[in-house]
Design a protein around this ligand. Structure first.
Ligand SMILES: Cc1cc2nc3c(=O)[nH]c(=O)nc-3n(C[C@H](O)[C@H](O)[C@H](O)COP(=O)(O)OP(=O)(O)OC[C@H]3O[C@@H](n4cnc5c(N)ncnc54)[C@H](O)[C@@H]3O)c2cc1C
Length: 462
């Protein structure tokens, strides 16, 4: 007789590994297996070392302001290994009007900074009287109508830097559900924020600590250390590589995962996959409202220069209106030690994204990318090292139809107790989003409950 697990987890990227971690932490006797198609853990998290140079094919880091991620680091004793770049010291820029503009790291300071005109500043206040927009408003429509059109390039920069997306297509309600909830519940985002601040001051919510600026976090050998360390925690039975699941089903009150390596059964099933991989599996089990969502691909053109300096800070973003070739650059050697040889700088320039798939495809564009960063960053001459890295997967985009897709997932999991769907794109796209959702899934699984889907108001950092 084959073993019946308490929980099967499909996908051994950060999401699936984190669900396994939190299950193990909360209930060591809980039996589970994480089934991963590839021969390594970590999904899109992949660090790249070439001699003295260390760069990333996937995420470059995550902020240290998420309690669930911080707990996981402590559980794994990874908190002793982290390298950090505090945002308070590592300023960021938006390239606009032919120059780098230093961006204060809070919406309030952005409004008072000399980045936008006085009429535009006053227009922001008119948000208090704007009617809520329809559910299918794009980010650009929503920001333009609620806060005024002068803020659009900055909103574009935020969604370029996070989703590599097109803010004229991403749906606000799907990508910023917390802001959307403030708008619908209070009639205005500003009014909602003011009420939240008052509640915090009067001590009615738990967030009593003064809000400190977070730090960007990684590891001396790059982000891949995180999934590698997570995978070390599991036995060979708990984490199985080269185990692609081809179908899922439910029989005799148990969930079944089908694979050429053998079928496995469990009382609960966590589909911890990016939206499109999840849809491929779920489609045979229940009709899905869309076949697939678009994905944005960004390549990383890594360059090192000798005897030159980068502007101080973290990096810059270029909104579409700036007309640049690259989406922006990360000043990696400013943030973390050991990214380039001594006396050199390392700059990671991102190209492509949802609006420019042809640039992502172009193999011969090093010259264009270099011309771009020479002009924006004032770098001179030829790099001493240059390499183009492509990610293992694209970033799922929540565009037209995404609200119906997310509502469908809610109904599917409500109608199928023991089924959980999380992973890249479902509840955000960041490392912290994945870990936070994984903790919520593990908690709900152990409680025999559903995942709390209440929307969080996230802070925006450029
Ligand atoms: C280029 C890029 C840059 C990014 N930069 C940042 C950043 O700087 N900061 C940040 O916070 N976040 C960033 N992210 C996002 C972050 O990397 C993701 O949130 C996170 O890694 C997603 O983890 P996941 O496990 O949900 O998905 P994935 O990493 O995609 O893992 C899914 C896993 O499931 C496996 N799988 C798929 N189908 C099956 C199947 N049928 N059976 C079994 N296994 C299967 C895959 O092989 C894969 O290993 C970036 C992402 C990309 C792509």
């Amino acid at each position: 007789m084959d073993q019946i697990y308490d929980t099967l987890i499909i996908g051994g990227g950060l999401s699936g590994l984190s669900v396994g971690h939190f299950l193990k932490q909360a209930r060591p006797g809980h039996s589970f297996a994480i089934l991963e198609a590839a021969s390594r853990p970590g999904g899109v998290i992949k660090s790249h070392r070439n001699g003295a140079y260390l760069s990333e094919q996937g995420p470059h880091g995550f902020l240290d302001n998420c309690p669930e991620s911080q707990k996981m680091l402590r559980d794994l004793e990874l908190d002793r290994e982290t390298v950090t770049a505090p945002l308070a010291q590592h300023v960021r820029y938006v390239y606009l009007h032919g120059r780098l503009n230093l961006i204060p790291q809070s919406p309030g300071k952005i409004i008072v900074a000399p980045l936008i005109s006085w009429p535009a500043k006053l227009r922001v206040l008119a948000e208090l009287w704007q009617k809520p927009l329809a559910d299918d408003a794009t980010v650009a429509e929503w920001v333009g109508r609620r806060f005024g059109r002068e803020l659009l390039p900055y909103a574009d920069a935020v969604f370029t830097g996070t989703w590599a997306g097109d803010y004229q297509q991403l749906l606000l309600a799907a990508v910023m559900p917390g802001l959307r909830a403030l708008e619908t519940e209070h009639g205005s985002v500003l009014r909602g924020l003011i009420k939240m601040m008052r509640a915090r001051k009067s001590g009615r919510t738990q967030a009593k600590k003064p809000v400190a600026m977070p730090a960007m976090t990684s590891f001396p050998d790059g982000m891949e250390r995180l999934p590698q360390r997570l995978a070390e925690e599991f036995t060979a039975n708990q984490f199985r590589c080269d185990y692609p699941v081809t179908a899922i089903g439910r029989e005799d009150g148990l969930w079944r995962a089908r694979s050429e390596r053998g079928d496995l059964r469990a009382a609960a099933l966590v589909v911890a996959l990016p939206v499109n991989a999840a849809l491929r599996l779920l489609r045979a089990y229940a009709a899905t409202p869309v076949e697939a969502v678009p994905e944005a691909f960004i390549k990383n053109i890594v360059t090192a220069f000798s005897g030159q300096t980068l502007p101080p800070g973290f990096g810059y973003l270029a909104p579409e209106a700036a007309g640049r070739y690259a989406l922006g650059s990360l000043f990696s050697s400013n943030m973390f030690a050991g990214r380039a040889a001594s006396g050199q700088i390392l700059c990671e320039t991102l190209v492509g994204g949802r609006r420019h798939p042809e640039r992502y495809q172009d193999d011969g564009d090093l010259g264009r990318a270099l011309a771009d960063i020479r002009e924006t960053l004032g770098l001179r001459g030829e790099p001493v090292y240059a390499e183009t890295l492509r990610p293992l997967a694209g970033i799922p985009q929540l565009e037209a139809g995404a609200n119906a897709l997310l509502a469908w997932r809610g109904r599917l999991t409500a109608e199928n107790p023991g089924l959980f769907v999380c992973g890249f794109g479902w509840n955000g796209i960041g490392v912290n989003d994945m870990i936070k959702t994984a903790k919520a899934v593990a908690t709900a699984r152990l409680a025999g409950d559903r995942v709390d889907q209440s929307a969080e108001v996230k802070k925006i950092y450029f």
